[in-house]
Design a protein around this ligand. Sequence first.
Ligand code: PMP
Length: 443
Amino acid sequence: LGVNRTTVLNAYSELKAEGLIGSRVGAGTIVLSYLDEELSGCGSSREPQWNQIFSQYSNRFDSCLVQDLLMLASRNDVISFATGIASPESGPIEALEGIENEVVNNRNFRSLLHTPTEGFISLRKVVCGLMQKRGLYCRPDEIMILSGSQQGIDLAARILIDPGDIVVVEEPTYFPAIQVFRTAGARVIGVPIDDKGMNVDVLEQLLHRYRPKLIYTIPTFQNPSGAEMELERRKRLVRLASKHNVMILEDDAYGDLCYEGNLLPMLKSLDNEGYVIYLSTFSKNIYSGLRLGWMVAHKKIIREFASAKQLIDLHSSSLSQYIVERFIENGSLEAHLNKVCSEYRTRRDIMYKALAKYAPKDLIWNRPKGGYYFWCRLPDGISSLKLLAKAADYKVSFVPGSPFFSSGQGDNFIRLNFTYAPLKDIEEGIKRLCAAMKELEAE
Ligand code: PMP
């Protein structure tokens, strides 16, 4: 990786300052997560035979190199463009406080009991209304509440994928989805994406050649590229799925966060036959700790997914469901969305201007119309992993490109989030990042 000495020393002093480094006679210095294991007896001769303990499933997990690097880069006083979470500065605290008080003051015990696996029927009706406003007409029994949209991706892998099956994804795409499909034993094949979304010509060839089981797509404000699939491609994609009898998993995590223009129809609203499974989440438009999302799909799919979900967590948090139902019903979601869309638009513009002001000559970046991210192509010869290490010296972080590519390429790209860092730090963070790029260019 070529991480230099200063970076390592900085990381060391930060870990030490946070009490995450310890030592034991004869064992030298240990980072705390390993220290715990050491002290709890791992490494002794009585330790379990790990190779017989873990399942083949667990052996399929990818290594955590990027997560480890990001952990180092997310310590104190680092300006983080790495996360994918909503702005802590604009959380709807008052509205939520009101609802939580309602639960306690009215001794509303219903919200703390078990719900059906598919979710409170009252919430499913409210979500139905939300979908209708966005042009998707569905019934409450075509909706299931999920513990985040990540759960929907996992359920899709469990219910639709057998080891050896092929899943088509956009290249690049949301990397935890690649990990989920691979862990289910799928072979993941990428289709290139441009600013008009997935290249459906290439997709069509792949459909003929490989007969995939599933197409995973993020058509609106894609993570990481920010791309928005154009209408013609949306229509063609849905037609192709029907022609080749393949399901589409439409991940619409960012559809509510539109900063200009009108939203294009969801794939699900173009599908009259049941080939599209639609996922969305309350993580990006309210807050991620709710762990609440939802899916819209054919009743047959809902039934299968609900059977699997029941074995995983019985149902999603009743309290979160109650909070979200009231939040939508009392108009707080709409008010909150108006507020955050305007704030995020400002943040996007600040980051865009800062990139124009400080970027090295050959850096290329997009101007996302919605969502959370800028996607940048680095000047020739700069590796995003090397840049991440260099950026740690400058106390700024981002996500390097390669995990987003199923092919493992993409080290010349980086993803920058503009919703999380304090607004006042965005320009400074970009200035530092660009200085790190220029320093690497000069080496
Ligand atoms: N899909 C996409 C495209 C995402 O960006 C994320 C969160 N980063 C998720 C799914 C998962 O979100 P959650 O489980 O919090 O709904």
